[in-house]
Write a protein that binds this ligand. Structure first.
Ligand SMILES: [Zn+2]
Length: 722
């Protein structure tokens, strides 16, 4: 396999002198060259180099007239680049030798490199954007004046880059300071610079945010730099995939350069940068084992780190060495496809960065993040893996590998006289209405949102038939049902969410309207980044019911959360419990089919027609998934209540209604309140929207307004947000 040897720079001094002489010369001819260039660029503009042969001759002629500069980006940086004191850890002159591996990457960005595209997968603090964004900008302004487009994830990040990094660099680097037109100053007929646009002789630098609709689609430029490709894709506007849009703007230039940098912050199979890296030379940074007898080249992998001492084990000889020894030993970029014609792609990890201390920045940070992940919050761990290790994070919930049926069921609450396990504080339910049946799921919630499946099931029958039996059954088994703890106390479902979309909206509205505020109709809204409760609105459906209250839920967010909860392996905050009989048989509806349904969907990255990347939950069309939906609606109901489970006592009924009856179902007896639904006339949805869900006293269902519980006012956050 072809191998790039480490590049040792011994004659730095004499090289710098040469570079300076070259520049003096080229400076004199620069204006002349620019004029010729502009002339010829006009002629060949609009032509791609895959064009007919005649055009290739033009291109060759153009190259002869203005050959690419012979100094490289790293040479320029060593000779001219200064780092400002304002925002940098190490101000002063730039020395590529501080992080030698970056030399090859920077030189691939030079116009005399044969690569047209450079891809760098990197941790966040690696000097990557200093080397491949700021140095390339400085070099281009100074040596190779062409126009540039730099894409950042958002307009804000673009602005802060300009103010905090670019402008200080221009100020302290004399070679370019007098070339860039200052903000607000006109120079010989040129336009003034702005924060996001810099003018210099021979071109302009345009900085745009991936979330902005303008900027990405204006006129073509020869040099495009995309910083944080993965975040750009996440922040894409509706216009389309911002990286593709930006890259499409270089296609008309034969001397185009595309530089893509990112830490791999999207998930496996969903990353924007990884496919670009794979479509290139696929270089990984390898370092030689400091053990002289071993001298084995290897990628520094955090998995081999001894967390206590902060030392790394050699994968061949097994000896441990500290960071300074690893960093002092030989390195090489190991290219897998060195013959790739257009793209040089590099991947380095956080262990290679000289600015990250293994012990403090990696080991200690990792242990903190791991502690959070163990109790169910893997957000920090994910950021750590992405931005410090430059590795992709595999979210466990993406595809559920665990066998929930065999591993997560336990014996509780299925013996006569007890349906609710000790830890449950509050119960909510979710209902999904289909053409021929209604599915429901009743879930109990404890501290830290630990959850217990209480009961799930289906009622067969057409919900659209007037006075259909299915609605009565829903009343009996969910709405009027009274559940029992082992100590004899009772609890009832605090809030029921019913999906109103798709099948029989009007019937759902009618049912919910009569049972406000313990039952609400909901509507699922797809899309990433939505809150669980998006909002609520009173609907006017004159023919059906006035003022029906409809709540919108971020269903993809619910699915994300549920799947990451499933990856929690120890009972405690966030853990999900399900019941089984002592003999291992299913009970309360939690059958093998139920567990197949709740893991039936997968999270995948898809592209819509305009190339816009979307994360979607997808499932096989034939697979039922009511179980997952119901479960998520129950979770959303908990969110809507805004209760603080940590401070709240059990939501028990202090006075049992008089009209309860015991119903025998199969081998168990359930307790149900007999009374018909008491509707309160004159109420509109408005009341619940006014921010007083504290008004959620369930008196209307209890006999004569008896106070069952008033948890909301004392333990709730006191109101909803809409
Ligand atoms: Zn070794």
């Amino acid at each position: 396999m072809p191998i790039h040897r480490a590049h040792r720079w011994k004659e730095q001094g004499s090289k710098n002198l040469f570079v300076k002489r070259f520049k003096k010369l080229s400076q004199k001819n620069l204006e002349k060259i620019l004029k010729v260039r502009a002339l010829i660029a006009d002629l060949i503009h609009g032509w791609d180099d895959r064009s007919p042969r005649g055009m290739d001759d033009w291109v060759r002629g153009f190259r002869l007239l203005s050959p690419p500069p012979i100094i490289t980006v790293s040479e320029w940086a060593d000779a001219y680049r200064h780092i400002s004191t304002e925002f940098a850890a190490e101000p002063g002159k730039w020395h590529t030798s501080k992080f030698e591996p970056m030399r090859e990457v920077m030189d691939s960005c030079s116009p005399n490199s044969r690569y047209r595209r450079v891809v760098l997968v990197k941790p966040t603090q690696s000097g990557g954007s200093e080397a491949c964004v700021l140095n390339v900008i400085g070099y281009t302004i100074d040596i190779n004046p062409r126009s540039m487009l730099v894409v950042f994830p958002t307009l804000d990040s673009c602005e802060s880059f300009s103010k905090e990094r670019l402008e200080p660099m221009i100020m302290v680097t004399p070679a370019i300071a007098d070339k860039v037109v200052e903000i607000g100053k006109m120079r010989r007929g040129t336009f003034a610079s702005t924060v996001k646009k810099k003018k210099y002789p021979g071109g302009f630098l345009n900085m745009v945010g991936a979330n902005s609709t303008t900027g990405l689609s204006s006129r073509p430029v020869p040099i495009v730099i995309v910083d944080e490709v993965d975040l750009c894709i996440q922040n894409a506007s509706r216009q389309g995939n911002p990286v593709k849009l930006a890259l499409s703007r270089t296609t008309t230039f034969f001397d185009r350069k595309e530089i893509l940098l990112s830490s791999p912050s999207n998930e496996e199979g969903e990353s924007g940068i990884i496919p670009f890296w794979e479509d290139g030379t696929q270089a990984r940074l390898e370092r030689m084992c400091p053990n002289f007898n071993c001298a084995h080249f290897q990628i520094l992998d955090f998995d081999r780190m001894d967390l206590d001492s902060g030392t790394l084990c050699c994968e061949k000889c097994g000896s441990y060495f500290p960071q300074w020894q690893w960093h002092r030993s030989e390195f090489r970029w190991h290219h897998h496809l060195i013959e790739h014609p257009t793209t040089a792609s590099y991947w380095m990890t956080g262990l290679d960065s000289p600015w990250l201390d293994w012990k403090v920045d990696l080991c200690e940070d990792y242990q903190n993040c791991k502690r959070m992940a163990d109790i169910g919050d893997d957000g920090l761990l994910r950021v750590f893996v992405n931005s410090k290790l430059a590795k992709q994070y595999k979210r466990k919930g993406k595809r559920v590998d665990i066998d929930l049926y065999h591993d997560r069921r336990e014996v509780y609450g299925c013996h006569p006289g007890c349906e609710v396990p000790e830890g449950v504080i509050l119960i909510t339910a979710g209902v999904d209405v289909q053409d021929s049946f209604i599915a429901y799921d009743v879930t109990g919630w404890g501290r830290g949102r630990e959850s217990w499946g209480i009961e799930t099931g289906e009622f067969q029958g057409d919900p659209r038939v007037p006075d259909s039996e299915v609605w009565k059954q829903l009343d009996q088994f969910v709405y009027n049902r009274i559940w029992r703890y082992a100590d004899g106390s009772y609890i009832r479902t605090r809030l029921v969410f019913i999906d109103s979309q798709g099948h029989c909206t009007d019937d759902v509205y009618k049912y919910c309207k009569l049972r406000h505020p313990r039952v609400f109709a909901i509507k699922g809204v797809g899309g990433q980044g939505q809150p669980i409760i998006i909002g609520g609105k009173a609907r006017r459906r004159p023919k059906v019911v006035e003022g029906i209250w409809l709540i919108k839920l971020g269903v993809d967010t619910l699915k994300d959360e549920f799947h990451s909860r499933l990856s929690i392996e120890k009972p405690g905050p966030g853990y999900c419990h399900w019941p089984m009989r002592e003999n291992g048989m299913p009970c309360c509806g939690y059958t093998l089919e139920y567990f197949e349904e709740i893991v039936s969907e997968q999270r995948e990255l898809t592209y819509n027609k305009s190339g816009f990347a979307e994360y979607r939950w997808t499932k096989n069309k034939m697979d039922p998934n009511e179980a997952l939906d119901c479960r998520n609606y129950a979770r959303a109901a908990l969110e809507y209540l805004k209760v603080r489970l940590e401070q709240m006592p059990r939501d028990v009924i202090t006075f049992l209604p008089n009209d309860i009856e015991q119903v025998e179902i199969g081998d168990k007896t359930i307790v149900v309140q007999k009374s018909e639904i008491k509707t309160k006339t004159g109420r509109t949805g408005r009341r619940y929207g006014s921010g007083t869900i504290g008004g959620l006293d369930v008196s209307e269902t209890g006999e004569s307004g008896r106070e069952e519980t008033r948890v909301k006012t004392r333990y709730g956050a006191g109101g909803t947000s809409f």
